[in-house]
Design a protein around this ligand. Structure first.
Ligand SMILES: *[C@@H]1O[C@H](CO)[C@@H](O)[C@H](O)[C@H]1NC(C)=O
Ligand SMILES: *[C@@H]1O[C@H](CO)[C@@H](O)[C@H](O)[C@H]1NC(C)=O
Ligand SMILES: *[C@@H]1O[C@H](CO)[C@@H](O)[C@H](O)[C@H]1NC(C)=O
Ligand SMILES: *[C@@H]1O[C@H](CO)[C@@H](O)[C@H](O)[C@H]1NC(C)=O
Ligand SMILES: *[C@@H]1O[C@H](CO)[C@@H](O)[C@H](O)[C@H]1NC(C)=O
Length: 459
């Protein structure tokens, strides 16, 4: 018996030594040190700040939206840890991608851009306003104004012609998924609307947060038990719902509801909704308090995009505790158990972009497996591992500002009004045979808006 436990002790100790991210969870400085190692690893995938490269882009296979999400993570990384190593490249990336109309629809991206893609960049701009991130000078686009422009465009795109409302997944008729209405696009709208309401105090934003919630509930994408499903095709009136539950959908509605709770000075309605989502999410997405991605992780078939979803769920859980403090006692143990699993899982070695090495701190996906590194690596896993670790610092972190509690970002509530995308004429609609299942992906269209040449590659 004694010999056996001694052996177990040796094995555990060896396993710990092999782990590059060895964190003392009672020490903020130890957590920050671990996070710094993971952040360094994450940025080994990014070369956009190098001469000749494009700021704000990640190389293939990473889609443009994930870069927008990544720089949102880096804003919070700076705000939560005080490490300003990546402030300049984060600022440069976000400003480079604002596009001619100040709405995160740069020419290089518009032809494949969905409402959710645009939303992830806009939510990062909103985070910049809330966290007091470095403001651009008068030549740049202001963070708050960027978020408002995207909000305004969502209002124009709200589509009552089918399913009594809702945003479509895609902006343009010629993209696969135009006929799909989904939780992530409407979640981006809801999340932005509620945070804009809280930041500015303007009731128009709060009214839209209410509208989006009511529609989500009427159409059944949020059910009575606060399960949040993926979406449905509008061709049959949104009746055949894809019931996949992804962490990030729960997260964006959770944080938005908590922002509405804060905006309303603690209304019972938003308290109930926040608690309802949290209660259900804490059973659906956790195994022994450790977070996982149910539709793909246990089956080992997550994709480039879905590897990253837990990063945002962690973020929004942490923010929820700041906006509705009664959730802290439920959320913090989930964050901590997930972070412990993630730190153990970040023990691999991987190659980033242009041969850059991540040695001994590359993150796998399976936090529930702890020290059994699953052998996978990539931006999604690394961003999720990093997020799991640094968001445990939430108790001492700055609470998101509003315009009256210290926020300095200036707005423009008419942002995006120069936009003409409602009437843009694209190429002819693709034939049914070319259509991939919604939620899978997508048509990659290369070329410039208004250009004469179109190349379409179906995945
Ligand atoms: C790009 O950013 C990385 C990470 O901060 C830094 O090490 C590198 O020197 C930067 N490159 C240039 C050209 O500034
Ligand atoms: C668009 O692509 C061109 C060519 O790669 C690049 O020079 C430019 O910086 C890109 N613009 C944006 C906003 O990404
Ligand atoms: C919340 O309280 C503040 C301060 O009393 C008040 O100015 C504001 O109007 C209230 N907000 C709402 C939505 O009731
Ligand atoms: C929870 O995780 C453990 C360890 O990976 C696994 O064996 C078990 O099947 C998981 N349980 C559920 C309900 O997913
Ligand atoms: C509130 O926001 C709406 C929508 O952008 C805008 O039209 C209105 O002017 C704003 N009101 C104030 C007082 O800023």
């Amino acid at each position: 018996m004694q010999l056996l436990s001694w052996r177990i002790w040796v094995i555990c100790n060896v396993a710990l030594k092999a782990t590059a991210i060895d964190i003392d969870w009672t020490s903020d400085s130890s957590i920050k040190e671990g996070a710094a190692t993971l952040a360094y690893g994450l940025l080994q995938y990014y070369t956009g700040n190098e001469t000749g490269d494009v700021p704000g882009n990640l190389p293939d296979p990473y889609y443009w939206w994930e870069a927008g999400a990544l720089f949102g993570t880096m804003i919070d990384y700076w705000a939560f840890t005080g490490d300003d190593t990546y402030v300049d490249i984060t600022f440069q990336a976000l400003q480079h991608q604002v596009g001619d109309d100040g709405d995160f629809m740069p020419q290089n991206q518009t032809l494949t851009e969905g409402n959710d893609d645009q939303g992830f960049w806009a939510m990062s701009a909103m985070t910049a306003a809330e966290m007091g991130f470095k403001d651009p000078d008068a030549n740049g686009k202001q963070w708050l104004a960027l978020a408002q422009a995207v909000f305004n465009e969502y209002v124009w795109r709200w589509d009552t012609s089918t399913c009594h409302g809702g945003l479509r997944w895609q902006v343009f008729t010629f993209n696969n998924g135009y006929d799909y209405k989904n939780s992530v696009s409407n979640g981006c709208f809801f999340n932005l609307a509620s945070r804009l309401a809280r930041y500015t105090g303007n009731t128009t934003y709060a009214d839209w947060a209410d509208n989006v919630w009511n529609w989500m509930s009427d159409v059944g994408f949020i059910d009575n038990d606060y399960n949040i499903y993926d979406g449905a095709s509008d061709t049959d009136g949104c009746t055949e719902i894809d019931k996949s539950q992804w962490t990030y959908n729960a997260g964006m509605f959770l944080e938005g509801s908590a922002a509405m709770y804060s905006y309303t000075n603690g209304s019972e309605k938003w308290e109930q909704r926040t608690n309802g989502i949290l209660k259900t999410a804490s059973t659906v997405f956790f195994n022994n308090s450790v977070m996982f991605e149910p539709p793909c992780e246990p089956q080992n078939n997550c994709k480039t995009d879905s590897f990253s979803f837990k990063a945002y769920f962690v973020r929004w859980l942490a923010k929820t505790t700041q906006l509705m403090s009664s959730t802290y006692d439920t959320i913090h143990p989930l964050l901590l158990a997930s972070a412990r699993g993630a730190a153990l899982q970040c023990s691999g070695t991987a190659t980033g972009t242009a041969g850059r090495q991540i040695s001994g701190s590359a993150c796998g996906q399976h936090w529930v497996s702890g020290a059994n590194y699953d052998g996978t690596s990539g931006v999604g896993q690394q961003m999720s591992g990093l997020s799991a670790v640094f968001y445990t610092l939430v108790k001492g972190a700055p609470v998101p500002f509003t315009s009256v509690t210290g926020g300095t970002s200036t707005g423009d509530s008419s942002g995006g009004s120069a936009k003409t995308d409602k009437t843009v004429a694209g190429p002819p609609p693709i034939t049914t045979a070319d259509k991939a299942g919604a939620g899978i992906l997508t048509t990659l269209v290369l070329g410039g808006l208004g250009g004469g040449m179109w190349f379409m590659i179906s995945e």
